[in-house]
Design a protein around this ligand. Sequence first.
Ligand code: ADP
Ligand code: ZN
Ligand code: MG
Length: 482
Amino acid sequence: MTYEAVIGLESHVELLTETKLFCSCPNEFGAEPNTNVCPVCLGLPGSLPVLNERAVELALRLAEALNFTVPERSLFARKNYFYPDMPKDFQISQYEEPILADGQLEIDGVMIGIERAHLEEDTGKSLHVGGGGRIHEAAHSLIDYNRAGVPLMEIVSRPDIRTAEQARAYVAELRGVLLAIGLSDVKMEEGSMRVDANVSLRKTGASEFGTKVEVKNMNSLRSLGRASEHEIERQAAVLDAGERIPQETRHWDESEGRTHGMRSKEGSSDYRYFPEPDLLPVSPTAEARDKARGSLPELPAAMRARLVNLGISEQGARTLVDAGLATHTSTAVVNLAVGKARDVEVLELGAVLAHINETGESPTDLRLTAEGTAELADLVASGVISGSQGKEVAAVSLTAGTSPKAVVEERGLAQVSDESELAAIIDAVIAANPDEVAAYRAGDEKAQKKKRGFFMGEAMKATKGSGNPQVLNSLLDDRLKG
Ligand code: ADP
Ligand code: ZN
Ligand code: MG
């Protein structure tokens, strides 16, 4: 039997705000447990939440980036459930009226619909002590409320995704957009972005959807891809055996490479949603929307298009944009004298990316500047140094901050000073350019200086940049006298 997979993704991201969603406690990771708390985020009786305006600003930026509709008003709702790390026994979220509706994201020419994006508060964190950190073996549990009330946005795609690879690509692109607009730092490994995958199968050609299974606990793009792939295969085997897929939530086990059943999924009625009586509806003004539009930076898709227009390959552009090297690369290409975009691409994808991966340095304050990269690409393109020497020089410039030209000179990269060897080269250059020699001899001081540069350039090229400039100069003095 052949099946088609249907996937919808629910992405939770932590917002990059200074303070929590409904109080002025710092939104900060790694503080002493239970220090970033107040009566509001601890849910003490009589405390009242006040909405963080910055969270709304970020949502409006996302609206511009992903083409969402911003409803005239949205509402907060109480989602009721009992869990020890929820100080209030309910979570303030949005339900029937989210802040953003009906967005979309283009993935390799296919539009993936986004049903909604809404704001909600995060819960606290439990720490199970003893028994390897698992709740059922723990002697006791500790609770840290620092994360309680931290602003989250949940972004819910439509079931428009058809393959595990497309699911990965959607999340990769979404991350890029969220990062570009400063909404979140989207670190899946650290939990500031968490993605649940809803997966179902239907017979190829069928129009009805099958029963979906929600898969949780993927903490990298790679595990999202693996988990989706595995779930598709598991469901196909169940259906092939003539059985039905029960609607449930499953847990991805990274080391086993499989999903486990967790619990049958709560229906929304289990949460007894009702409007939050302590918060006003949110009605963003036209000015706020204009401001969001005006503050929108260049998005990844536009960056890629810009790089490809400059002559960078599609795949290279994707990698460079994801690595934060779009501006470094494009500035280098624009500054080239003789090299091509391809020469820059080789350096950026090779030496520069390796340096960033090794050191964790920010792409925006590299010691090999974009202009320096152009200089280096020119040195390679004109044959002054070889490609592998270019890589070496880049590594030195990236660590020491010395300009590539200076590195080439200082290190006398395979510099040749042997006079008879260089004399042969100068003689060949002179013999190959009789017109230039005649022009030199007939020229005034200014013209001679210019021609001198030409002969030096030719000699340097012939020695692949390794000729000792002093020796070459004195040889030129001698041969050009006439
Ligand atoms: P629930 O009521 O369980 O939250 P929703 O309809 O709100 O379900 O959808 C939650 C997520 O599941 C969305 O991302 C949606 O695209 C996805 N989804 C809905 N139905 C299916 C399906 N049959 N197969 C795969 N994904 C689905
Ligand atoms: Zn607080
Ligand atoms: Mg839902």
